[in-house]
Design a protein. Structure first.
Length: 370
């Protein structure tokens, strides 16, 4: 989908919600709507923001990104602020072709402090502007991926999978979680990724019972689960994959957990189709696990959307009744976590098609012994 079409969709949202202007602060939506690829360094840092109305397209940034903005955001007028975002936003609003009365703010991506400062500066300029939240209007804006986006996600996933296949021969008893995580990160980079989708999770033994374990100096041992969760980012799009391995022979517990998760995931993926609620997909996997000996051991949601951000709507969760639509890309990642023993998580990426589901992964689960 071209930037023109994305902007047209946003303008339709502006009209539908009776906004006069929308301000975009997240680097994901900023890139999606303008092509400007700069990223925000921290939650309280910004490399720029968009102001969009029916007649105006403005990308405001500072001198560090001015040239980049001019090169990448060809559809936008570039405003280079010198006194700071909040101080000069009122001047940008005053410069619009039509005086804005209601300005929608991407509120979840600015701090409370910044929001208050923006309100203060608007008041200082005596602008009669009402600031409202754009969150409900923008929540599902990127939820449907076009073919170009699907191919970008597939390319990032291929890099992650290739890196993992290259990692496996190096895994051995005595290797630390940190060493494995760093090697996988290096391989992801060497395979062509622009960056990681998120920090690599590499856990072993009891640490695998922590779904978001931080790699430690614990050493891998035979016959215990080794859980890896990782992803590559390429051309702005993320991938997300989890695999669990074992060194040497798997014990009865490992095999039992693994088979339970494999079946739960398979049943959930087979149920994916347009129209079914996200909560119902979660329910299918959760019901299967809770009717095994591992009842209550699957705590987190079944999956989430992936795109420019690693976590996007929809959520395959008991709390999300969003109906699936063709073009959505979600993870399906059931896990079973047992304190003191460990845990296993199996995760694939799935595209919702007109008739069902397409698994985007190219590597399976068959070879989990190293």
């Amino acid at each position: 989908m071209s930037l023109d079409n994305r902007i047209k969709r946003l303008k339709n949202l502006i009209k539908k919600n009776n906004f006069d202007a929308v301000t975009i602060f997240s680097d994901e939506n900023r890139r999606y709507l303008s092509g400007f690829t700069a990223q925000d360094g921290n939650y309280d840092e910004s490399s720029g923001f968009l102001v969009i109305t029916q007649n105006d397209l403005i990308l405001a940034t500072d001198s560090r990104y001015k040239l980049q903005a001019q090169n990448e955001a060809e559809l936008y007028s570039i405003y280079c602020y010198e006194k700071g975002l909040a101080v000069e936003l009122p001047d940008i609003l005053k410069s619009l072709s039509e005086k804005p009365g209601t300005v929608a703010v991407e509120a979840s991506r600015i701090t409370f402090e910044l929001y208050n400062k923006i309100r203060e500066k608007i008041g200082d300029k005596e602008l009669e502007v009402e600031l409202v939240s754009a969150e409900d209007a923008l929540k599902y804006f990127r939820i449907i991926k076009d073919n170009e986006e699907i191919e970008a996600i597939k390319a990032s996933l291929k890099i992650a999978e290739n890196a993992f296949l290259q990692l496996k021969p190096h895994i051995h008893s005595g290797m630390t979680e940190r060493e494995a995580a760093w090697l996988l990160e290096r391989l992801i980079r060497e395979n062509g990724a622009d960056s990681l989708s998120f920090p690599v999770i590499a856990a072993s033994g009891p640490n695998c019972a922590l779904p978001h374990a931080i790699p430690s100096d614990r050493r891998f041992q035979k016959h215990e689960p080794l859980l890896f969760d990782f992803g590559a980012k390429l051309n702005g799009y993320c991938s997300d994959i989890s695999r669990t391995l074992v060194i040497g022979e798997a014990d009865a517990m490992f095999k039992d957990v693994y088979e339970t998760l494999f079946n739960a995931q398979k049943m959930a993926i087979e149920a994916v189709r347009p129209g079914i609620k996200c909560s119902d997909i979660d329910k299918i996997a959760r019901y299967y696990i809770d009717n095994s000996k591992f009842k209550g051991r699957f705590g987190h949601a079944l999956g989430h959307g992936v795109g420019i951000a690693i976590h996007e709507p929809p959520r395959l969760s008991r709390l999300d009744d969003t109906p699936l639509q063709a073009g959505m890309v979600v993870t399906v990642e059931p896990g079973i976590y047992i304190p003191e023993w460990g845990g296993i998580r199996l995760e694939n990426m799935v595209r919702v098609t007109e008739s069902g589901a397409e698994v985007l992964n190219t590597i399976g689960y068959e070879d989990y012994i190293v």
